[in-house]
Design a protein around this ligand. Structure first.
Ligand code: 6PG
Length: 238
């Protein structure tokens, strides 16, 4: 059951967090399509969502996927064929097997001229996402408390106007493309999926961070409470 954690955050610790996240994704998608004719979703990267994307494959017939618009909340500076690419991860772990229209899949082109790619991506969002308000932004959390590619101490954390930016990440010696807080906070629903004992320490810090130390702790929406989907291990210290 979803429980309030504070005024801005709800948490849920389901027996099967991936099953819950999948059911919740489909529920939000059906509601959005019923209400507005489309479901706009920004997928998260990394490894945690692989199981969710694989589970969604089983729902190919449960949703009008032709009305789903697929975006990504961040991307590495790699080509779409690179196993390190979040696009590659999402497509090969589920979305290649779902009938999403090709012209409804918006890949972040971060492998060349990342600044130009970020400006073009923002233009795509303004053109295709009603009021630039995603029906669902999926997010993960890194061990350092980053989310999307909003890493501690990086420039993108301070972006107050642009929705998508190129972000230099010295701690990874790379550049990333990422959603910014102004875009994330316009979302109708935000779901973090953070599981496993390895996240427990940082989950405790992030969920109790009132000094703005950790990027994931700064995620808020003007339209909804942020939902953290945890498991027994990742919620062990809260
Ligand atoms: C990325 C992700 C990132 C991810 C966290 C957690 O590009 O790496 O978008 O924000 O969600 O790093 O990653 P794991 O799920 O692999 O722990």
């Amino acid at each position: 059951m979803i429980q309030p954690f504070n005024d801005d955050i709800d948490i849920i610790i389901p027996k099967d967090p991936v099953d819950f996240a999948c059911t919740y994704f489909i529920k939000l998608a059906k509601e959005a399509i019923d209400e507005r004719g489309v479901f706009t979703v920004a997928l998260s990267g990394g490894s945690t969502p692989k199981a969710l994307y694989n589970k969604l494959k089983a729902h190919a017939k449960d949703l009008d996927w032709g009305n789903v618009l697929l975006f990504f909340s961040d991307e590495r500076a790699t080509p779409p064929t690179d196993p390190d690419s979040n696009y590659h991860m999402a497509m090969t772990n589920g979305f290649n097997d779902l009938p999403v229209a090709k012209h409804h899949i918006f890949r972040m082109k971060a492998e060349t001229d990342i600044e130009k790619g970020a400006l073009a991506y923002e233009k795509n969002i303004k053109e295709h996402v009603p009021e630039e308000s995603f029906d669902l932004v999926l997010l993960g959390m890194g061990d350092d408390g980053h989310t999307a590619s909003l890493f501690p101490g990086t420039k993108a954390l301070n972006e107050l106007k642009r929705y998508v930016v190129e972000n230099e990440v010295p701690q990874k010696n790379t550049w990333r493309m990422t959603f910014t807080y102004p875009l994330i906070r316009k979302a109708r629903n935000i779901m973090f999926l953070a599981t496993g004992a390895g996240k427990a320490e940082m989950i405790k810090k992030v969920l109790t961070d009132d000094k703005g130390t950790y990027p994931a702790a700064q995620v808020r929406s003007d339209l909804c409470k942020v939902l953290w989907v945890l498991d027994k291990d990742s919620s062990d210290l809260i």
